[in-house]
Design a protein around this ligand. Structure first.
Ligand code: MRU
Length: 372
């Protein structure tokens, strides 16, 4: 997608193909910087510290991390150790394990001297597939938005279509297009009048920083709101649809996404607002039934709750990115990074293969025999 008129992706190979560049998402929206990853350790660190984040992008970064490891040492031992190192960086998004398994299964049967090149190729294929899947999600989601907009009462036909989203499930969370934001970009580019309510998404504010950045650079009208405002807006008819991404979707259609998603689903259910979840196949965990009981929820540092990062407004340090403390010395914080929205609260799943009810039958109807 676009930044100041230039098309960008979130990740790519440097010339020569032996190192990887990524956009540093820890300093957006205040600074735009890229970083170079030259080792598996650096790839793991970039995922762990959220230089790169978002389920699909974590997966692609992990795939390239295996390539970086195999360039240094293509032995069986290093392949296994790098797999474990990368897989342990963030536990909730299943895309990471999915992408690592794809690369491992491709390279393991090969002689060691051909493994790094094969890993490079497979990571590239995964990245290209991700772009194609996200764009297809955009097309399917656009059709839903158009139907919902057309079904609005006559007095609301002239108004923009109001969408609420949580966290960042845009192009920064993937390689390009995004999942939940792809239909929004498609709608905007088609000329549909669309406006996005952007949940700030405490504690790390991926909405206020990353989603707002993306939408602004693409010229999509949007408004940042505090996480607690969504229910109020829905009660007052100011949300036509909610759309979010997911880090892991169970085979029965439960979705695990950024903490606070569940509360938006409850508010949407109570107010009759459609609640859609956008996902590529790489996010489905066919081994899991019950999301609440079985999905591992990442617990991040309490410091993300008791402090906050932003750009200083004024004063001697004006313009600098800084962290400030919110809570008193000694107060403890607790920081579960994801929650699970039960399938019964999901209006439908929007995938690259089309739209399905959030049920096992719905998912198997799309993925059939490929389902694990
Ligand atoms: O902790 P993050 O920023 O990696 O969380 C990202 C999300 O929760 C996204 O909604 C999810 O990965 C889906 S992204 C297309």
């Amino acid at each position: 997608m676009n930044i100041d008129g230039k098309a960008w992706r979130t990740i790519g190979l440097d010339p020569g193909g032996r190192s990887v560049w990524v956009i540093d998402q820890t300093v957006l929206p205040h600074r735009f910087e890229t970083r170079t990853l030259t080792s598996c350790e650096q790839a793991a660190e970039a995922i762990r510290t959220m230089v790169v984040r978002g389920a699909p992008l974590i997966g692609v970064t992990g795939a390239y991390g295996l390539m970086l490891a195999l360039q240094e040492d293509p032995s069986d031992g290093v392949l296994a150790a790098a797999f474990e190192q990368l897989n342990a960086t963030r536990p909730t998004a299943v895309n990471l394990r999915w992408a690592l398994e794809r690369v491992r299964d491709r390279v393991a049967p090969l002689p060691p001297d051909r493994r790094a090149e094969a890993a490079r190729d497979e990571a590239g294929v995964i990245a290209e597939e991700d772009v194609a899947m996200c764009e297809a999600i955009g097309d399917h989601g656009l059709a839903i938005f158009q139907q919902l907009a057309a079904a609005r009462p006559a007095e609301r036909q002239g108004q923009p279509f109001h969408v609420l989203t949580h966290c960042n499930a845009g192009w920064l969370a993937t390689v390009d297009w995004g999942t939940a934001l792809a239909p929004i970009y498609k709608a905007h580019r088609s000329g549909m009048a669309i406006h996005v309510w952007v949940d700030e998404t405490r504690p790390r504010n991926q909405g206020a920083s990353l989603t707002a950045f993306e939408l602004g650079k693409e010229g999509v009208p949007h408004t940042v709101i505090v996480d607690n405002a969504g229910g109020h807006l829905m009660q007052h008819g100011q949300v036509d649809s909610v759309i979010v991404g997911t880090d892991r979707t169970t085979r029965r259609g439960d979705v695990c996404n950024k903490i606070g998603t569940y509360l938006k689903a409850l508010a949407a259910h109570d107010n009759g607002v459609p609640f859609y979840v956008a996902l590529p196949a790489s996010t489905i965990d066919w081994t899991i039934d019950d999301g609440v009981a079985e999905i591992p929820i990442e617990a991040r540092s309490a410091a993300e709750v008791t402090a906050i990062q932003g750009r200083l407004l004024s004063g001697s340090g004006g313009g600098e990115i800084a962290s400030v403390q919110l809570s008193p010395d000694g107060s403890e914080g607790f920081n579960p990074a994801f929650d699970v929205t039960p399938a019964r609260l999901v209006t439908a799943l929007i995938t690259e293969r089309g739209v399905a009810p959030a049920t096992e039958a719905g998912l198997r109807g799309l993925y059939g025999g490929q389902a694990g």
